[in-house]
Design a protein. Structure first.
Length: 322
């Protein structure tokens, strides 16, 4: 995310200890019948050109993976997330050693901001923050079993999917699902109007970003899965709440040369804004998205995330081949 929020080049990858398909994941999955659709958006540079894509049938979780689901996975496997692992000072020359303790990034609204170009004004690396302690070491997930799990790095999501006998969606599968198998050129995945009879249809940010969230949608941070209406094929939170990891590497120029048949993304990652870090695609936006700063919860838009930099607004859902 940023230079003073540590990224782990983790040498403690425990994914290989996971037995594929050993877990029992009872979440309802929705069958997505394959077909063709127009992918992308003319409103975002890295989502151009809009192009036709063919998708095969698959199953997708009806909602984001919850704290309760992830807790069952950890209890069964002993898995340790990236945010809980120690950091090697040798990998972070010049970084304050006090920062090199297990933790994660949390949105921390400041009292005032100097413009919106420096996101470090509202992100803080919090020692002890992880999926069990989503807002810091003095918080927990008791009573929030049906909230989406957060502080999830890419390999954490991949490990859970493997255990559950599933996988992470390609971004083409994700967008096809969010669009409910259509190609309608809508502003939002549900239509062109933000509100439905003064009701918000997704958990996003209202007010003055980032200093004041007026909570008009009912939530300051994450919301329970299924708190907002499903789309027409029965999927919840395809916009807002938490960003969702996709399997694809991120490149802003990929759509110009993407295959049309079940694309799986480029073979490597490149972000001209940060050429070094390895990034994967994230989709759907989060509770922090708003038209003042981050519009990438809108239909066809793309997000991106460094694979080992978890935050309290990133989670995932899984898919399964038929």
């Amino acid at each position: 995310m940023a230079t003073n929020i540590p990224s782990r080049f983790s040498n403690l990858d425990t994914t290989h200890h996971i037995v594929e398909g050993a877990g029992i994941d009872q979440v309802k999955m929705v069958k997505v019948t394959g077909g063709y659709f127009m992918m992308g958006s003319d409103q975002f540079v890295d989502a151009k050109p809009v192009h036709e894509v063919k998708i095969n049938d698959f199953l997708i979780d009806e909602h984001e993976v919850t704290n309760g689901q992830f807790e069952a996975f950890v209890k069964a496997t002993g898995y340790v997330t990236v945010a809980e692992r120690p950091l090697d000072p040798k990998e972070f020359p010049g970084v304050d050693p006090a920062m090199l303790k297990p933790g994660s990034a949390i949105f921390s609204p400041p009292k005032e901001v100097q413009g919106l170009t420096n996101h470090l004004q509202w992100w803080s690396y919090v020692i002890g923050a992880n999926w069990k302690h989503p807002e810091g070491p003095n918080t927990n997930i008791k009573g929030k079993e049906d909230f989406p799990v957060v502080h999830i790095a890419y390999q954490d999501a991949e490990a859970y999917a493997k255990w559950a006998g599933k996988r992470l969606p390609t971004e083409a599968e994700w967008e096809y699902s969010a669009r409910a198998r259509t190609s309608n050129p809508m502003t939002y995945y549900w239509g062109n109007e933000l509100l439905d009879n003064d009701r918000y249809l997704a958990n996003i940010f209202q007010g003055q970003f980032p200093v004041l969230n007026t909570k008009l949608d009912g939530y300051i941070g994450t919301s329970p899965v299924k708190a907002f209406p499903a789309n027409s094929i029965g999927l919840y939170d395809m916009e807002g709440n938490v960003w969702e990891w996709c399997a694809d590497f991120y490149r802003p120029d990929y759509y110009a040369k993407s295959t049309a048949d079940n694309p799986k993304g480029p073979t490597d990652a490149y972000d001209p804004d940060e050429p070094g870090p390895v990034k994967r695609v994230q989709r759907g936006g989060s509770f922090l998205c708003n038209d003042q700063y981050c519009e990438r919860y809108k239909a066809g838009s793309r997000g991106k995330g460094e694979i080992n930099s978890p935050t309290n607004n990133v989670g995932f859902r899984c898919v399964k081949d038929i």
